[in-house]
Design a protein around this ligand. Sequence first.
Ligand code: ATP
Length: 391
Amino acid sequence: MMQAQGELGSLQQSMLVQRENVRIFGIENFMYRQYRSKLQKSRDAFLRFVKAYSFQLPLGGVMGVLPQLFLFGGGGWLVSRNRISLPDLLSYIVLAEPFSAFLVNMFSSFQSMRSAFAGARRLMEIWELPEERTGGAAFEIDDGAALVWIRNVSFSYGAGDAQKDSEPSQRPFGLRDMNLTIGAGEKIALVGPSGAGKSTVLKLLEGMYPPESGSIALAGHDYGEWSLDALRRQIVMAPQDPVLFPGDILSNIILSPESGISQEAAMKAAELAEIGDLARENRSIGQGARELSQGQRQRIGLARAFARGARLMLLDEPFSAIESDVAEKLQARVLACDAAVVQVTHRLAGMERFDRICVMQEGRVIDAGTHAELLARSELYRRLIDAGEAK
Ligand code: ATP
């Protein structure tokens, strides 16, 4: 029973903590099926436990009266020796039981109330999250045309909740009046100082947040016109710290049968991401994937992105924990794939291989061009190169 409950708890935790990723990878139905099956398993184990326990109840009852027998026996002996009086013994017995029961109950009620309040608070946080929109359509993508348009997009964190009534200039900014067109298959790097808004661009392209003003369109259709399911099939993200679910490496690449990714395709993607050896070992992954290094998790995240064959691949410092010779190989594979790539990068080596580099500062793209063009004209780019951190 403990094992079944442990598995259920572990899945529950992953689903709650990773709810953004469950949505982004479109695996809600798969997670729901897994949850139902684990719930049934846990219920069956519990029923088996109750059945077995019901035979032990008489024994439990005997054990329960043992302290009282001891009290009566020992107390009776003391009375017979005139050490205490009979009324004293009786009042002790009468008072002792409710008092100890009161103490035990008070302590356990206090513990249960504390965890009930903590659970309720967590539940309310999730309950209050806005529901995802439904509707929209899937559209054809013309390979000859530009893939994504970001038009006059501004976005500030907190605009949707507690800070929505505050002045926009008072909110922590994310992006300001940003414009960017991404061609089909184009390879773009985003560089800039820390806090410039690079990761925010990826989050908006991923559809995690809607822009506060302006629009983002894929294949000529605003994100809002797309069905979320169709949109998420076209866009994939390899983050710096990918989220893994309990299971094995291949199941973490496939994620759900609805993804349509076969075991062979997942293995091929694992090889491409240099994680094929571990995938062949059938290495199992537990809650939080603590048995894997960050570099191994990054490779699994990359394999997930390779396996999906999406049109737009977003990468947020995807090789930061991978040794440089392997990172070099992986970078070349990313740049050789058919998808358009937008990559936030700290690595300066090989910047000339990107079609375009966008230099960001304070939520804006302040310059864009090839490595050679930017070296010639952008002081900030040269500074980033000199400092050795194209963040
Ligand atoms: P880095 O190179 O350090 O990762 P970045 O260029 O990717 O930085 P972003 O992460 O996009 O920068 O952050 C842009 C601005 O938005 C920063 O001022 C940051 O503090 C703020 N910000 C980022 N994420 C959040 C969030 N979840 N809530 C509130 N503010 C945020």
